[in-house]
Design a protein around this ligand. Structure first.
Ligand code: ATP
Ligand code: LTN
Length: 334
């Protein structure tokens, strides 16, 4: 079924690390697009567990988080009948093509990546963190996707991916599709509730900076109530003058499907408190079915594991085909 659709449709691939609480920034900026795109494309969704270990992970936690993330993605609407959900570590071709790309990437290109600079600390960094983007390029190019739906923090990695595809194609002959980034205009960068100048992040120090998909209704209400606002009291969408309110409007817009302007007009004349209360209730309502499905899925881990194993089997077929074609062109004896 999956492979049949592949031949007829364009392909989309994206990935997500099993590294913490999935939050509404991840959901609105990335996961919701994946779910919506399933109607038109064959979608590969990869849980990037090999990427997660570029910073130290507790083995027990890595396992629990990986399976929990798989359940969350399924609960958000990733449909294994139509899409391929798999773990990166179940498809060895990723590490192999990642190695090949390491041999084609000047160090300077990796050292200037923002994520590398942000995540390496005073003591330095491991080689895996530096080589993170070449593995990501392999993740993507193995599946020949036309587009990669991500939040806008991933643009730099996608630019390198496109460059590697072009570099390989120029040197060894047409092999990889050069994929386009697909970034939601308003939800591509949801900002922190406590600081609208920083993106909402699961690695933020304060939990009040993000709303996790599994937060309880009371936690959601409290976090929205405490979210920082701008001076004045008008609900208007003006990201440069009123970044905090613009961020809350963007969240309401993405959850409701109305434009930012429609959201602002609807709340024209209402104060911040009433707007925040409407927003909190909307989020509670939209997350409730996801949370309920998640709880049911979590009761049956074997079923999730089965989905992941089947996903890996489908993914390996496509990935190995691309890898072998690349290796053959490079002169490897197959
Ligand atoms: P962290 O939130 O800790 O920085 P991350 O950015 O590494 O984690 P991932 O789980 O790897 O998050 O990202 C999954 C997807 O969510 C990616 O496509 C990423 O671009 C997107 N994303 C992450 N944060 C946001 C955000 N604040 N707004 C919109 N999209 C986001
Ligand atoms: N680097 C991404 C996660 C990721 C990814 C990918 C995204 C790993 N491999 C391939 C898209 C395509 C992140 O941190 N958000």
């Amino acid at each position: 079924m999956a492979n049949q659709r592949l031949n007829q449709q364009s392909t989309i691939l994206s990935g997500i690390q099993p590294s913490g609480n999935l939050h509404i920034g991840n959901y609105l900026g990335a996961v919701k697009q994946w779910v919506d795109l399933q109607a038109y494309y064959h979608v590969f969704i990869m849980i990037a567990d090999l990427h997660a270990i570029t910073v130290p992970q507790e083995p027990k936690e890595l396992r629990v988080r990986t399976l929990a993330l798989a359940n969350l993605l399924l609960a958000c609407g990733i449909d294994p009948e139509h899409s391929t959900l798999f773990l990166q570590s179940h498809v060895p071709a990723h590490a192999e093509l990642g190695w090949i790309f390491n041999t084609m990437t000047p160090l300077g290109e990796l050292e200037r990546m923002t994520q590398f600079k942000e995540k390496s600390d005073a003591k330095g960094a491991y080689a895996g963190l530096l080589n993170y983007p070449t593995l990501q390029a392999a993740d993507i190019l193995l599946y020949q996707p036309n587009a990669v739906p991500v939040g806008d923090d991933q643009l730099q990695h996608l630019e390198l991916t496109r460059e590697l595809a072009r570099r390989f194609n120029n040197r060894f002959g047409e092999t990889f599709v050069v994929p386009k980034p697909l970034i939601m205009q308003s939800a591509g960068r949801i900002m922190g509730l406590d600081d609208p100048t920083k993106k909402m992040s699961k690695s933020a120090e304060s939990q009040s900076s993000y709303i996790a998909i599994l937060d309880t209704p009371d936690e959601i209400r409290k976090k929205i109530k405490n979210a920082v606002t701008d001076s004045g009291k008008e609900i208007e969408y003006n990201p440069s003058a009123k970044p905090a309110i613009a961020n809350l409007i963007a969240i309401m817009s993405a959850f409701s499907g109305s434009s930012e302007q429609e959201v602002a007009e609807k709340h024209n004349g209402k104060g911040y408190a009433e707007f925040k209360s409407d927003l909190a209730e909307l989020i509670v309502k939209k997350l409730a079915p996801i949370q309920e499905t998640y709880r049911k899925l979590a009761e049956n881990p074997d079923a999730t594991l089965k989905i992941l194993k089947q996903g890996a089997k489908n993914a390996r077929e496509t990935a190995n085909e691309t890898l072998n074609s690349a290796k053959e062109k490079m002169g490897f004896v197959l």
